[in-house]
Design a protein around this ligand. Structure first.
Ligand code: ADP
Ligand code: MG
Length: 480
C-alpha cells in the first residue's frame, strides 16, 4: 500500500518560499543553463542562437518508490504490446474503423498504412521509441495507485533534457544543505538509451555510409533535447542529419530497391520528432510522408506504430480480453499492464456509447474527453466537456472522441521556475513517463528495454498540457 499524503517536500526542505528563494541564487537560471537544460528563448526571433533554460521545479518532487518501480517493471511489456499491435492489421482495422469515418487526420494516416501494406513492406528492421506516462491516482481509501495516462509512440520528447535535470536538482539540494538527499537522486540517462536503440537499428540496416535522419519541425524550439540524443550518435561515429518534411519532398528519392536518399546520402533510420499533428501536413508533406513510409529505411515509428499510439487504440486495449488476444502466452505481462489502466470508454454509436455519454454529461468532473490528437491542450474537462458532449451526443462526431476516468493525484507544494517569470510557489501534480526502446529484425526482438524516466510537474489549475505547451515543467523524482 502506498499512501497519498505526506509527499510535499517544499515545506520540509525550505520552510518558506523566502528560504527557497535563497536557493535561487544558485539554483535559478544558472544551474540549468550550466547543465545544458536549454530551450530556444521565446523571444521574437525564435532561433537556437538565443537560448534560455527549460522550465523546471526548484525542488525534486516526491514519488512513491513502489509506484516508480512498478512503472519501470511494466515498460518492456508495453514495448512488446505496441510492437504486436503494429503488426496486427486486423486489430488496427477493426479498432479504427469508426474513428476514421469521422477523423480526417487518423483516416489519412490509415490510408497510408494500407497503401504501404498493399505494396509490401520494404522495411525489415523496426525501431520503437515510446514513453508511457502515468499519474499517481489517490483513491478514497487514501492509497496511491499508478495509472497510465497514455503511451506516446511518436516523437516522445524530453529524453534529452531530462538526462541533465537530476544534476540541476542535485545542486539545488546541496545549496539548501541537503547533501544526503542530493546523493539519493537517481541517475537517469534516456539520451543514451534512445541513442542505443537508434544505433542498433542503424547497424542492422547494414550500410556503413548511411546516415540517421532526424525529421524535425519547421520551428525548432526543442532542438537541444534532440541534440542530446544526436550527440550520443556522433559519439558512436554515426552520422546524423536534420531535415524537415519539405526537404524530403524537395530532395528525397527512392532507388529500385526502395533505399531512401536525400541530398545524395542514403538514410538508414528516420527518427520522427514531427508529424503527429494535422497542422504539419499540407499536400507536399503528406507526399513526403508516403515516400518515407514506402522506403526501406527504419522509421521510428513506422506508420502502423504511430496508429498503435492513438487514443482509440488505448481505449480498446482496456476491454476485457483484448490484451490476451494481442499477447497470447503472456498472462503475467497482461496482468502487469492491466493494473495500470484507468477506466476508458468508447463513444461509438450504440447503447454502450449512449450510456457513458449520459453519465459524463451528468457528472463531467469524473471524466476526461479526448480526441485523437497529440501534443497537449486538446482534451476537454468539466463544464466544457459537458457542453461539447451535449452538442455531439447524437451525432457520429461523437466517435472521434474517447472518455477516460479522470485521475486525481494528491497535490504538493513546489516552486515553478520559468525564464521571464517570477518564482512561483504552486500546488502541483506530477506525471511520470518511462521511456521504452525496442528493435525488431524480421520476427526477432533483438532489443527491448526501459531507457530512463521523465518527471513533469504542473500547477493544479491547469487540467491539460505538457512542457512544450508551456504548462508543465521538468522535475526529478525523489523516491519516498
Ligand atoms: P496528449 O497526447 O495531448 O499529451 P494526454 O492523454 O497525455 O494527451 O493528455 C494531456 C494531459 O492531460 C496529460 O499530460 C495530463 O496532464 C492530462 N490528462 C490526460 N488524461 C488525464 C486523466 N485521465 N486524468 C487526469 N488528467 C489527465
Ligand atoms: Mg500526453
Amino acid at each position: 500500500m502506498t499512501a497519498c499524503h505526506g509527499l510535499a517536500l517544499a515545506g520540509r526542505w525550505c520552510g518558506t518560499p523566502a528560504a527557497c528563494g535563497r536557493g535561487r541564487l544558485y539554483g535559478g537560471g544558472d544551474a540549468p543553463l550550466l547543465a545544458g537544460v536549454l530551450t530556444a528563448d521565446r523571444g521574437a526571433a525564435l532561433s537556437s542562437d538565443v537560448v534560455n533554460y527549460a522550465p523546471f521545479t526548484l525542488l525534486p518532487s516526491a514519488v512513491p518508490r513502489a509506484l516508480f518501480e512498478q512503472a519501470y517493471a511494466v515498460q518492456q511489456d508495453f514495448n512488446l504490446l505496441v510492437d504486436a499491435i503494429s503488426q496486427n492489421k486486423e486489430f488496427l482495422e477493426q479498432t479504427l474503423a469508426s474513428t476514421i469515418k469521422v477523423d480526417d487526420f487518423t483516416a489519412q494516416l490509415f490510408r497510408i498504412y494500407m497503401q504501404v501494406l498493399e505494396e509490401g513492406l520494404a522495411q525489415t528492421v523496426f525501431l520503437g521509441i515510446n514513453r508511457s506516462d502515468y499519474m499517481f491516482d489517490c483513491g478514497l481509501d487514501g492509497t496511491a495507485a499508478l495509472k497510465q495516462i497514455e503511451i506516446n509512440t511518436i516523437a516522445a520528447s524530453f529524453g534529452g533534457l531530462t538526462s541533465r535535470t537530476a544534476d540541476v536538482h542535485g545542486l539545488v539540494l546541496k545549496v539548501l544543505g541537503k547533501t544526503k538527499e542530493a546523493s539519493r537522486l537517481l541517475p537517469n540517462n534516456p539520451s543514451k538509451g534512445l541513442a542505443l536503440g537508434i544505433a542498433k537499428a542503424w547497424e542492422l540496416y547494414g550500410s556503413q555510409s548511411a546516415v540517421v535522419m532526424f525529421l524535425v519541425e519547421e520551428i525548432q524550439r526543442n532542438i537541444f533535447d534532440q541534440r542530446c540524443v544526436e550527440n550520443e550518435l556522433w559519439n558512436r561515429n554515426i552520422r546524423v542529419i536534420r531535415r524537415r518534411f519539405r526537404d524530403v519532398f524537395e530532395k528525397g528519392s527512392l532507388d529500385g530497391s526502395r533505399r531512401l536518399y536525400i541530398d545524395g546520402q542514403e538514410v538508414a533510420v528516420v527518427y520522427y520528432r514531427e508529424g503527429y499533428v494535422p497542422q504539419t501536413y499540407d499536400q507536399q508533406n503528406w507526399a513526403a510522408r508516403v515516400l518515407l513510409e514506402r522506403s526501406r529505411a527504419v522509421k521510428c515509428p513506422d506508420i502502423a506504430t504511430q496508429l498503435a499510439g492513438t487514443k482509440k487504440v488505448q481505449q480498446e486495449l482496456s476491454r476485457p480480453g483484448t490484451l490476451e488476444k494481442l499477447l497470447p502466452g503472456h498472462p503475467e505481462a497482461v496482468a502487469r499492464m492491466r493494473a495500470t489502466f484507468a477506466g476508458l470508454y468508447s463513444l461509438d454509436e450504440g447503447e454502450e456509447g449512449d450510456k457513458i455519454a449520459a453519465a459524463a454529461i451528468a457528472d463531467p468532473e469524473r471524466f476526461v474527453l479526448k480526441p485523437q490528437r497529440e501534443g497537449g491542450g486538446n482534451n476537454l474537462y468539466g463544464e466544457e466537456l459537458r457542453q461539447v458532449l451535449e452538442k455531439i451526443k447524437d451525432s457520429p462526431e461523437r466517435t472521434s472522441y474517447i472518455l477516460m476516468d479522470k485521475i486525481k493525484p494528491q497535490p504538493a507544494l513546489n516552486y515553478l521556475l520559468r525564464a521571464h517569470s517570477p518564482l512561483q510557489v504552486s500546488e502541483c501534480i506530477s506525471e511520470l513517463g518511462i521511456f521504452g526502446v525496442y528493435v525488431r529484425q524480421g520476427q526477432e526482438m533483438v532489443l527491448n528495454e526501459a531507457a530512463g524516466h521523465l518527471l513533469r510537474t504542473k500547477a493544479i489549475q491547469h487540467a491539460d498540457g505538457g512542457v512544450a505547451a508551456g504548462v508543465a515543467v521538468l522535475d526529478t523524482p525523489y523516491l519516498v
